[in-house]
Design a protein around this ligand. Sequence first.
Ligand code: C5P
Length: 239
Amino acid sequence: MIPRPARAGIIAALDTPSPAAAERLAERVAPHAGLLKLGLEFFVANGPAAVARIARHRPVFLDLKFHDIPNTVAGAVRSVLPLAPAMLTIHAAGGPAMIEAARRAAEGAGEGAGTGRPAILAVTVLTSTDAATLAGCGVSGGPAQQVLRLARLALEAGADGLVLSPREVAMVRAAHGPAPLLVVPGVRPAGSDPGDQARTATPEEAAAAGADWLVIGRPITAAPDPGAAAAAIAASLGR
Ligand code: C5P
């Protein structure tokens, strides 16, 4: 598994369906990012071979957010292991049996090329989701309570870490201590456009709250100079 950074590190989210655009972004941001995140938009359009090409620049966080019956999720995890992603995501809301199945499937990776297994991260509540959205889905109590509930469930079921918004990081650190890997999207440098993100904080705030990795997409990828934007954020984190 990828070592925990001493200071919060940057994961650059390369959210594009274009392999050429992802390659250009990867080249520019790789000096400032610990990992490169590829999600459904890229994977569905281009498949595993394109992921392997991006992984030549930096270890890849494969953010496919699996959520299905345990047997299917275990199979999906086994199917991505040949790509040796450093991290992959499942939805905590899939429940303990699904999370345990993902973890067991990932442990098969150690038997392969000696790259170690990927960290299994459980997505708690998407950072674009607010209390009204949760209530509409039948979840009362708001995001903080739901994140705490899903965090406990996921960690007890064997997740290595969690994906959660900057607003809940300090609370989850206090509840679960230093062990879980906390990966935090919804990060916006002061003055930047929140876009569709509802629960945001600046990189400095997210790091101070206890995040290990900050997932940053549009503030880097939509900047006129993505390399400079990533460098500025890295500098703001003292890296
Ligand atoms: O562009 P932006 O910085 O908002 O990108 C955030 C990235 O983090 C996107 O790739 C999104 O899919 C991902 N993400 C998120 N909220 C989660 C999990 C992942 O925004 N809970």
